[in-house]
Design a protein around this ligand. Structure first.
Ligand code: SAH
Length: 339
């Protein structure tokens, strides 16, 4: 049976038409699912008993069980969710002064093979459905009783490798009758699947695109991110320029700083050359060392020098706050789990 949270509003209207129901029922169901966050059809009390029975026969409502919840010293909370097929994924809630931000997973495992990331060491199992992507947000809001204002698709998985479900999930997250989180408060991060960047530019979604760049020459980027063998830096940056021209949106480039690898001033100089004139921002991430990983974190001094060099040369750069590293909830530390 299909999870009812996998449908966007238009699709659900069509589904209901097919079982002889009026389309406005879809809006009522949306309200129960995304505003009231109910966990069963029986709670949808403005629907007739008959319709509730029909819904039960045709659909399930996905409700993740919380298998584990860990809280960091800095207030970050990491959830381990049972995705109901013997797999488990992680989701992270971060508390900032501007509101609550959630980092959601898009796949169970990851195919990209980035050498510094723990999400990819174990095999890829499957894509998450759009309902399962959205459920992570619903479940955390239910559990904390707090509103989430920002969503980053930066958990386990490569979002653009699960393109259709991710785009549909973004529409559900953004829709006023869905979770109603503004598109500008949604970020999607990619390791650089070039054809999908061109496709995303056509979707007319105002979310923020983040690109995991991490190196300024192909040799180095190949060593860190195998995807670069298929889509090298020049092609990636061309796709980014096209994306900016089409959407008028600023791109955020992520650059994880690893000691003696990509963190000296020569790298910063190259980065300025590559990004000069682009509508962009650089987000520097102090790399988190992973088990058996060969990359170590740069010194604070180097990280600040790198940032200052970029800022002094016309590229706006900030350092990402390290949240949740004591509970393995920071960038690159999430993993899928077997039950
Ligand atoms: N698959 C997507 C989302 C990944 S997570 C992507 O590649 O963009 C978000 C960011 O964390 C990415 O920029 C990723 O490269 C970075 N990251 C992965 N492992 C890391 C680590 N060990 N330390 C710091 N950042 C890391």
């Amino acid at each position: 049976m299909k999870n009812i949270k996998d449908y966007n509003l238009e699709e659900l209207k069509n589904e209901l038409k097919e079982i002889g129901e009026k389309p406005f029922r879809a809006e009522q169901i949306f309200k129960w699912l995304y505003h009231e966050k109910v966990q069963s059809f029986d709670e949808m009390t403005n629907l007739s008993l008959e319709l509730r029975e029909k819904l039960k026969e045709n659909y399930t409502i996905c409700n993740f069980n919380i298998l584990k919840k860990q809280e960091s010293k800095d207030g970050t909370i990491k959830y381990l969710f049972d995705v109901l097929d013997d797999n488990a994924i992680e989701t992270v809630l971060m508390k900032y002064h501007h509101g609550n931000s959630i980092c959601v997973s898009s796949q169970i495992g990851c195919k990209m093979g980035c050498k510094f990331c723990a999400s990819t060491g174990i095999n890829f199992i499957r894509n998450l459905t759009s309902g399962e992507i959205v459920e992570q947000i619903i479940r955390v809001e239910q559990d904390t009783g707090e509103r989430i204002s920002n969503v980053v698709l930066m958990g386990i998985g490569e979002p653009l490798d699960n393109y259709d479900n991710v785009v549909n999930a973004i529409r559900l997250i953004n829709h006023p009758k869905g979770l109603n989180i503004g598109a500008r408060h949604i970020s999607i991060s990619t390791s650089g699947l070039v054809p999908k960047i061109y496709q995303l530019a056509e979707e007319n979604i105002q979310c923020t695109l983040s690109i995991s760049l991490h190196a300024t020459d192909n040799q180095k980027r190949n060593r860190m991110m195998p995807v670069n063998n298929t889509y090298p830096i020049e092609e990636l940056l061309q796709a980014c320029k096209d994306y900016i021209a089409k959407t008028n949106r600023r791109i955020s480039f992520e650059y994880a700083l690893a000691k003696d690898n990509n963190d000296n001033l020569e790298d910063a100089k190259q980065l300025v050359k590559l990004l000069k004139g682009m509508l962009c921002h650089v987000n520097l991430i102090p790399i988190n060392k992973i088990e058996n990983g060969k990359f170590d974190k740069s010194s604070n001094e180097n990280i600040m020098k790198f940032r200052d060099y970029l800022n002094d040369h016309g590229i706006v750069a900030t350092i990402r706050r390290e949240l949740g590293s004591d509970i393995d909830a920071a960038c690159g530390q999430l993993r899928r789990k077997n039950l």
